[in-house]
Design a protein around this ligand. Structure first.
Ligand SMILES: [Zn+2]
Length: 406
């Protein structure tokens, strides 16, 4: 048995600035996120809980009624943070009767180990109360996998944005960006030509359904700016783009808490990829624009991310992420100034180690995201060569001097 730790808040108040984060660098190891090896620590982030983590099957209370759970993932990124929020809602069939219970935020992948972990949570943390609703920040398998199971188990509705919900439904039926012919054609057009690699990509149609076998039949729609009362707290939805179709973070600004999902992570950079379904998309610009909404948060806001540890210092972290991407973009402008390059050509520049096929799929998406931003902002040209491959070339800066006409 594990005990719920209710003393963390007091501990948070007494602990001083602890381990700092590291600038994301060059590694890709799993499908949803981009784990990065540690480098020189950077200042600006504070981890109030220091090294403390909730054990599997237990929870840490970060603020009254806000609990942190941590579950395993079968990736190089080996964990996800989930959140349990104390809630009370009118009984569905007796509106005058209030039901005490919980809102679960994000779910973990569907596998036996995660189901067991939830059963432990039920015994050790829920205090005999039901889960009244399940809220998913976005459709990626580590967040969405067990939504169907939790919703059925507790007869609870699923709350998420409609774009995420519909994308999950499609992906669950094999219509995703993880594999299949359109994805192969997309990578081919960006210079990934090796037939045996592309055969592996083609066969990945079952990747998403292997972790999200079902999606609940209905959802309650979350929209940007919407306020949701969960127990004693009022949470505001903050939409985020570039990582997934319409990600929702949750902000309790009176208590300075933010459930950031995958939009703001302390020590790894959020995966931002172009996919076959929107090949001319500009997700990196959308991602950077989305971070603007979090830029003004007070430094004392406790950011509760889906991976890594809760931290304070949102603005500092956003500044690190921006400089990381700007650095990559400038490297690409220089590389494309001497010859026209395709996305596959620039992989070694962005990811400075060998990548397997699985990692290459995500590296390619990220490389195209950077190239598309430069192309769409007029810094690179894009042309298809005779083999149908998109090649990017640096454009000369526009002169601000007006022609004299002489
Ligand atoms: Zn994600």
């Amino acid at each position: 048995m594990f005990d719920v730790n209710v003393n963390v808040k007091a501990r948070m108040l007494t602990q001083t600035r602890a381990a700092m984060t590291s600038l994301p660098t060059d590694a890709l190891a799993q499908p949803v996120q981009t784990p990065k090896r540690d480098q020189t620590p950077l200042s600006g982030l504070n981890y109030p809980l220091q090294e403390q983590l909730p054990e599997l099957g237990s929870a840490l209370e970060l603020a009254p009624g806000v609990f942190w759970l941590r579950m395993g993932l079968p990736f190089a990124l080996n964990h996800i943070n989930l959140w349990l929020l104390r809630d009370r809602l009118p009984h569905p069939s007796q509106p005058d009767v209030w039901q005490e219970g919980w809102t679960a935020v994000d779910c973990g992948v569907d596998n036996p180990a995660t189901r067991r972990a939830w059963e432990q949570i039920e015994q050790n943390v829920l205090q005999g109360l039901p889960i009244l609703r399940v809220l998913a920040t976005h459709m990626h398998p580590d967040h969405m996998g067990l939504a169907h199971w939790l919703c059925e188990r507790w007869q609870a509705p699923l709350w998420m944005s409609t774009s995420e919900y519909q994308s999950a439904l499609l992906a669950c039926h094999g219509l995703s960006n993880f594999g299949g012919d359109p994805t192969v054609r997309f990578f081919n057009a960006h210079g990934w030509k090796k037939a045996e690699d592309l055969a592996v990509v083609k066969s990945r149609m079952g990747y998403y359904p292997s972790m999200v076998p079902k999606v609940p039949a209905a959802h309650v729609r979350l929209m940007s700016g919407m306020q949701i009362r969960i127990g004693e707290r009022l949470w505001q939805c903050i939409s985020g783009y570039g990582h997934s179709p319409e990600h929702m973070a949750l902000l309790d600004d009176t208590q300075q808490l933010m459930i950031s999902g995958d939009m703001l992570l302390p020590s790894i950079s959020t995966n931002v990829s172009v996919y076959a379904m929107e090949p001319d998309g500009n997700p990196l610009q959308h991602f950077l624009d989305s971070l603007d909404k979090m830029q003004q948060l007070p430094d004392s806001t406790l950011v509760m991310p889906s991976h890594g540890r809760p931290f304070q210092g949102a603005a500092a972290r956003i500044a690190q992420l921006r400089s990381h991407h700007v650095e990559r973009l400038e490297e690409l402008v220089i590389a494309c100034s001497t010859q026209a390059l395709c996305a596959h050509d620039v992989l070694p520049l962005i990811f400075k180690r060998a990548l397997d096929v699985h990692q290459t799929t995500f590296a390619m998406g990220e490389a195209v995201a950077h190239l598309n931003l430069l192309w769409l902002s007029g810094r690179l040209s894009r042309e298809q060569d005779a083999a149908g491959t998109y090649r990017f070339k640096t454009l000369a800066p526009q002169s601000s001097a007006k022609p004299t006409g002489d």
